[in-house]
Design a protein around this ligand. Sequence first.
Ligand code: SAM
Length: 232
Amino acid sequence: MNTERLSNRLAAVAAFVEKGAIVADIGSDHAYLPCFLIHTGQVQHAVAGEVAKGPYDSAVRNVRREGLADAVTVRLADGLLAIEESDAVDTVTIAGMGGPLIATILENGKQRLTHVKRIITQPNIHAKAIREWAVHNDWKITDEQILQEDGKIYEIIVLEKGQATYDDVELLVGPLLSTEKSAVFLEKWERELSEWHRVLDSLEKAEKTEAIRIKSEQLKEQINLVGKVLAI
Ligand code: SAM
């Protein structure tokens, strides 16, 4: 992967960025995504936000090496604090982290989202946290994608302003992904189901504490929900 050729995962995120958007990529290790978007002419200006010094330095180096310092502003900042009013950012991308961390970044910085029209997230795990954050904060899911690369399965969730409600199954597996039920979607949830069954078996052999009882009940509930989706 480099600034001109992205992984399939990041290329899929890039494809959801509208032409002419002003993008802030949060957690922009290497600044690959913003540089790619400028190279392809998809956007004219982007912000790359990074909280950790090492990845920030690497983003700065890449942007300079590509001669893109006028087009990509790299900031060392926690989450959405990388976005300044004068940037006029209308699209945020947050990729390659766990769903709960992405949801925390959105929650902690939501005052910076006033002018943002689209949020493109790519959680590595626990995408449900993002869907729950969206519902509680008046963002609706306008697109979802699931893809497999190097044996790993990734989800992409696109949010736009608006109200929506989703039931427990939709929050867990995605309202659009569960309608589409692609081969990758089925594989992801088959994998999760077998992992949950494995954990449940070992919990049932363990000493029966209250914590174990609660965890077993939660697992059974999830197995039941996902089992129904796969059975339809
Ligand atoms: N977005 C890139 C991708 O998808 O390939 C990089 C993913 S990398 C696994 C996650 C990056 O997010 C790390 O560089 C980490 O330092 C950064 N990060 C984690 N929490 C952050 C936060 N609160 N604000 C900004 N960056 C953060």
